[in-house]
Design a protein around this ligand. Structure first.
Ligand code: NDP
Length: 286
């Protein structure tokens, strides 16, 4: 039986409608959420992501400003800019688009963003709060994945969840969120032996590796929910996920496509975080 598609485009549209009405309420109170994005260099994929973020922000009534800096920008100059934005009362959320040029330390930049303006939720303070189960700003892709799982009405309690990939931006935080919802969580990575042993046992399988189609139908348990985070350009130019969609959809009960799955949710959750931070900033309860 072919799996049902978890349509990230339509779920993200719904999330954006919710955010738009939140922003409207905030505007009535005189608060207009503002997101400032810093883009260093001219990585083509980053240019596309930033344009998508600008467009989506304006659709929901969030002010978005993009500061474009040359590739040659010194780390000290970037840190100075982040500190100025930290002190700017007009700015609710700051996002520094990754990847950064090699001469700039991503960790130093993330740690310089004030945790209460951390739109991506990557600051160690916010990740620590996530680990401790204290409400905090949550990284966008993991939060978007949880929203997708909720939208299909899947109950996580007591289920086996397997996350392939352990990055700080996707794998680790999504594992934490699944754990908080009482799934039994296994995290796999490049040194995992016999990956299939784990993936075959997953009721929910989240794959965030960055390798085209490394998971196929034979790795997947019958009826599993499959969330494919990967975005890869194949040699023939086609955009594909980390999961081989055609074979996986014959085994899974639900599956996210690439494109049109997790990607649009990530942008929607960035807007969600900006509104969350604006409320925090202005002392407005949810
Ligand atoms: P990273 O490169 O930071 O992490 C990849 C992870 O995959 C690592 O933990 C690595 O293990 C693991 N891994 C690598 N090879 C294997 C393997 N053969 N078997 C099992 N695990 C393996 O990637 P990200 O988490 O940043 O991104 C992953 C993918 O998701 C990329 O394609 C990226 O473009 C995409 N992405 C998509 C987003 C969206 O909005 N849709 C948002 C963010 C990312 P180890 O730790 O041992 O090296």
């Amino acid at each position: 039986m072919a799996a049902k598609i978890i349509d990230g485009k339509s779920i993200s549209k719904k999330v954006k409608e919710e955010i738009k009405s939140e922003v409207q309420k905030l505007r009535e109170k005189g608060v207009v959420p503002k997101l400032t994005v810093i883009l260093v260099g001219d990585d083509p994929a980053s240019q596309v992501y930033v344009r998508n973020k600008e467009k989506s922000a304006s659709q929901v009534g969030i002010i978005s400003e993009t500061i474009r800096l040359p590739e040659s920008t010194k780390e000290s100059e970037l840190l100075e800019l982040v500190k100025r934005l930290n002190d700017d009362p007009e700015v609710d959320g700051i996002l520094v688009q990754l990847p950064l040029p090699e001469h700039i330390s991503k960790d130093s930049v993330i740690e310089t963003i004030s945790p209460d303006k951390d739109a991506d939720g990557f600051h160690p303070y916010n990740l620590g709060r996530l680990l401790a189960g204290i409400p905090s700003v949550i990284p966008c892709t993991p939060n978007g994945i949880m929203r997708m799982i909720d939208e299909i009405g899947f109950e996580l309690k007591g289920k086996n969840a397997v996350v392939v990939g352990r990055s700080v931006i996707v794998g680790k935080p999504v594992a934490q969120l699944l754990l908080a919802r009482h799934a039994t969580v296994t995290i796999c990575h490049s040194r995992t032996k016999n990956l299939e042993f784990y993936t075959k046992n997953a009721d929910v399988l989240v794959v965030a590796v960055g390798k085209p189609e490394i998971i196929s139908g034979s790795h997947i348990k019958d009826g599993a929910v499959v969330i494919d985070v990967g975005i890869n350009r194949r040699d023939d130019g086609k955009l594909v996920g980390d999961v081989h969609f055609e074979s996986a959809k014959e085994v899974a009960s639900w599956i996210t496509p690439v494109p049109g799955g997790v990607g649009p949710m990530t942008v929607a959750m960035l807007l969600y975080n900006t509104v969350y931070l604006a409320k925090l900033h202005h002392g407005i309860d949810s």
